[in-house]
Design a protein. Structure first.
Length: 366
């Protein structure tokens, strides 16, 4: 029960070239129908490529990116094009229980999820003694979005509907997918938001936006937060310390930001441009009610011999009992992540297929 592709190579760069070769057919199929290079966002992508090629703050990312496109047999410019508008619809919730923090995440794509998450859907990289894992699409550099994890940390990414007016005038443009990769690749210590966010802000002004959900264990303490960003505005919300405290995220900036004089709200796309705004609000409400309904369960300490059972039960809740709240035709997979103060990190993934609930892709523990 471990459908994880383990990237081959001594260095992280070598492993990215191997994964590029793994997905070369899909990447070259995309290249056969390239996007219009004259669109504003794709002209900006060319400017961003020049920045990552020349600015030292992007050295690690660029080395891996260059190896990935080389393995895939596509140009660096086209690889960067693929990172533009490659933002997906998802929902995420993290909730505190007695001995840690749990996270659920559904991975959705509005554009042919079946083909983009075909074949190898989870990749493991090794870097300086760390196992870095990520759910992947076959036409996007691994680690830049979706759901990822390592020992003592979970990362889940949700795209945001952001206005695009005036992005061509941004002096130092940056992509959400590059920010996502840098957060995923960071060590647990480096993801202290007091250190991480100032570093990310220096990378440029965003032409798009993400909410990145982070759960991390420092010593015996498990922390959680989410950071939302658009243009030059960044918002951080921390998970509370009380059992049952939760943070929920869909493809909208936090609704409670409205009316609180937060400048980030000016960048959210208008409601009429978000065809399913009401459904997204409904999802937020459903996740809150689910956390409240299972409050009693959250007061129980997780035991090591119950980890598999808990993962299976949460998948049952998502795929059967509350199926209409989580499962739709755009959903490719669901992920359950747990960071426990005593037991450590465990992650399971279930594809949105016809197989029974017990047929998980894996339960990875570290």
């Amino acid at each position: 029960m471990s459908n994880i592709y383990r990237a081959k190579g001594e260095s992280l760069v070598d492993q990215y070239e191997d994964v590029g070769r793994l997905f070369a057919k899909a990447l070259q199929k995309e290249f056969a129908n390239p996007p219009d290079p004259l669109t504003v966002k794709h002209q900006i992508a060319a400017r961003i490529l020049e920045r990552v090629q020349t600015e030292s703050i992007f050295t690690e990312f660029y080395a891996c990116f260059k190896a990935w496109v080389r393995g895939g047999g596509i140009s660096e410019l086209y690889g960067m094009y693929l990172m533009v508008d490659n933002l997906e619809g998802c929902q995420t919730m993290m909730v505190r229980y007695q001995s840690g923090v749990g996270m659920i995440h559904t991975e959705e794509d509005f554009n042919d999820i079946k083909s983009r998450m075909s074949g190898n859907h989870t990749i493991e990289f090794k870097d300086n003694g760390r196992r870095l894992l990520t759910l992947v699409y076959n036409n996007l550099i691994p680690g830049s979005a979706l759901f990822g994890w390592q020992k003592d940390m979970l990362i889940a990414v949700d795209a945001l509907f952001i206005r695009e007016e005036g992005i061509e005038n941004i002096e130092k443009p940056m992509l959400a997918n590059i920010i996502g990769w840098i957060v995923w690749h960071a060590t647990v210590d480096e993801t202290d938001h007091r250190v991480l966010i100032p570093k990310l802000k220096r990378m440029g002004e965003m032409i798009d936006g993400y909410a990145i959900n982070v759960v991390r264990r420092i010593g015996k303490k498990v922390q959680g937060y989410k950071v939302s960003f658009a243009r030059n505005d960044w918002e951080v919300e921390k998970l509370g310390n009380k059992i049952g405290s939760n943070l929920r995220q869909v493809n909208l900036l936090e609704p409670h930001y409205v009316g609180e004089n937060r400048s980030i709200m000016e960048w959210q796309a208008p409601r009429e441009a978000i065809g399913f705004y009401g459904e997204l609000m409904f999802r937020l409400q459903n996740m809150r009610e689910l956390a409240e309904k299972y409050q009693k369960w959250l007061s129980v300490k997780l035991e090591a011999d119950k980890v598999e059972k808990i993962h299976l039960y949460i998948m049952y809740l998502m795929f059967q009992k509350y199926r209409s709240d989580f499962v739709n035709e755009d959903m490719g997979a669901a992920c359950v992540g747990i960071v426990d103060s005593e037991i450590g990190t465990s992650v399971s993934t279930k594809l949105n297929d016809e197989r029974e609930i017990t047929k998980l892709e894996y339960i990875d523990q570290q």
